[in-house]
Write a protein that binds this ligand. Sequence first.
Ligand SMILES: Cc1cc2nc3c(=O)[nH]c(=O)nc-3n(C[C@H](O)[C@H](O)[C@H](O)COP(=O)(O)O)c2cc1C
Length: 350
Amino acid sequence: MSRIDTALTRLLDIKTPVVCAPMAGASGGALAAQVTDGGAFGFLGAGYDTPDKLQEELSLARSVLRLQSVDRLPIGVGYLAWQLEQSPSRAFELIDIALENRVQAIWLAFGSDLSRWVRYIREYDSRPERNHKTLICVQVSSVQGALVAISDLKTDILVAQGNESGGHGYGSSPSLLTLLSSILADAPKDAPPILAAGGLSDGSQLASLLVLGAAGVVLGTRFLLTPESLYTDAQKRALVAAKSTSTVRTMAFDRVRGTLGWPSGVDGRALYNNTVRDMDSGTDISVVKEQFVEGVRSGDADRMLVWAGTGVGLMSEIKGAKDIVRELHHATIQYLNAASRFVVNKQHEG
Ligand SMILES: Cc1cc2nc3c(=O)[nH]c(=O)nc-3n(C[C@H](O)[C@H](O)[C@H](O)COP(=O)(O)O)c2cc1C
């Protein structure tokens, strides 16, 4: 497979400018490794993991990629910074696990101060006996956030997360096209690779975002519809059945699950169902919670939680992560070639 040459594919030494988002509770070592093995780059979501669970997922990735424990691990680990902030000693333990495994990248998002973790990672890598640089990837939803990540945090990769995104994000975030164009317009010339995230599913979108100036894209929801994702069969079926209008930004599921503590302004995009309806209409939370727990147990799409971006309506099949990467790769090249037809031929000008 030839390389689609962008600043991202050069930096990560990959062929396809696609990143599988870290997805807490959904992207583990198997998914991340298959995405990387397919020629793109996979993150596992460490979100609510214990140190043991994180090590287990990293070992799984290592075995999928047939790597020894001494080898560097060409996947990334994504942390929810607000979770790290809850217990710094546990946070350092969790970050150490990724660093000791020599993962290629660490992703940070959703915290009040990411600099503390960035500094820790940089200092760890600067130890004389260490011969490895961990790339830092920061996800943002505003131009202001992007400029801080580039200038203050000196992030190696920047992800622009638009409003269409599945899972958590800032409700105030503009649509991806507006956000990406605004960030590209204001970013310094020597900015790191900038990736586009939110509502994406296919090669035509990837090609158009590359033309716009992105160095690659981040897909979350698309990779939930794979045998390798940690989503249940019931959740995957709900995603297959969903339409582009099926999602909503809400805090209903976080309130019901008790996963509160997100930075202000963050909510999550998920499939709308009766849990959201009942929370919005003021039904007693203990009643909604009871039905939610039962719905999760029985796989009831009317009650359970399924995070999803607006692109879900374009996804109709569950297929292997590697096949998704392969299809994206070929379709992107096709669309880029087709786009070259529009290049103005000087001879026919004026
Ligand atoms: C199930 C799920 C879990 C997610 N978990 C995380 C996470 O742990 N950390 C994070 O920074 N972003 C997380 N996100 C957001 C992704 O980083 C990314 O912005 C989003 O998936 C892109 O939109 P898309 O899902 O429409 O492709 C999650 C998204 C989904 C769908």
